[in-house]
Design a protein around this ligand. Sequence first.
Ligand SMILES: C[S@@+](CC[C@H](N)C(=O)[O-])C[C@H]1O[C@@H](n2cnc3c(N)ncnc32)[C@H](O)[C@@H]1O
Length: 430
Amino acid sequence: MSRKNPIKTIELFAGVGGFHLGLNQCNSKEQEAYNVVWSNQWEPSTKRQHASEVYQERFPDTKHSNEDIAKVIEEGFAEIPNHDLLVGGFPCQDYSVARTLSKADGLQGKKGVLWWSIHDIILKKGKNAPSYLLLENVDRLLKSPAKQRGRDFAIMLSSLNDLGYIVEWRVINAAEFGMPQRRRRVYIMAYKKGTGIHKKIRKLKEPSSWLTGEGVMNKAFPMKLEKPINVPFVIEGDLADISENFIDYNPKKSPFNTVGVMIDNQVYSSKGLPDFDDSKALHTVKWKTLRDVLQDDSEVPEEFYLKGELDKWEYMKGAKKEERKTTAGFVYNYSEGSMVFPDALDKASRTIVTGEGGATASRFKHVVATNKGLRRLTPVELERLNMFPDGHSELATISNAKRAFFMGNALVVGIVEGLGKSLYESHSKL
Ligand SMILES: C[S@@+](CC[C@H](N)C(=O)[O-])C[C@H]1O[C@@H](n2cnc3c(N)ncnc32)[C@H](O)[C@@H]1O
């Protein structure tokens, strides 16, 4: 691959294109760092494909597939172009595998588990497998499932190790790096055998130094380690062994902390403490607080102001201790603490959730106090909390509630921008 060529990228589970936006922000007039050549997005729960409609409208130059990715892999694999980087935010599901009866088939993952789609693309690409991966997930992935803490992540790491990758990960809360939303997600990067980055990591005398020194993720989102890592944790056995036996000696605690790297089957991991300096940020630092992203009241349609029903909002947001009944008639005690109401404006906002849209009173929707009164956040404000451009998800045929849903599913673009710039720098140098 010539150093001057942009990194050819495919985007899976693309939603409305958060990865694409972040990677575009790594491009400049002088240098196109990334070119997203193919994308896939399919929403299983609805007939209409709203996210895909937005994606195609915003990124007309990228080939787009709106099919179940598992079906594409099975029936139309040739459609997926060779690429240098695969990116995607996929769900946290049960990754365990079982041994198949027939030895020839080997191992079988559960159907519909989307991690295996990523895995299958890499496997089927063979010698053309991508040099790099950049993935995003909820941080629960590091600890799931509840009965065998860390098993699913161990399966993911081990399967990537079998495919020839060194993998590093980092839990990043956007707000701790000068961005306007408290959104904690685990980002995972992998470097294939044969790449300069892979070679560099292998040459390190102290492998864990990658995590606090020259590491790709650390250069973008620097962290100190709470404790030095003296001894790596070893993931033993094949995927079926891990599925069955992973850490039977301590099922309650995952060995995967918020920062880590796996080289062969050796895992170096510790808790990361953010060490952020605005002036050195690779990502755009533009808005830091909820107040920063607010539109002027004159731009906000009436439908966003709370009309009556204030007592309902106060009840939903308030502390409560009460008896509740399940639909089956079972009575139980329910309690929860109070939420800040209205939301504090002088800090980064709480995480946007997919149910953020719509007028009904809710505990989790954001409510802000403005000169004109209490109101919910507009789609543009939600876009700004994810550092999307204003109006990115706006189409005449898409409702405001859908736009809120997209943002609840999406990511903070600045994180992809930071990681993308750091990866490109190492890729071009090494
Ligand atoms: C967490 S969201 C990713 C959002 C995206 N990063 C963004 O910035 O908008 C996961 C996406 O995967 C899509 N998805 C779920 N199952 C899929 C499947 N079988 N094939 C393709 N896409 C799927 C969902 O519709 C959803 O948009």
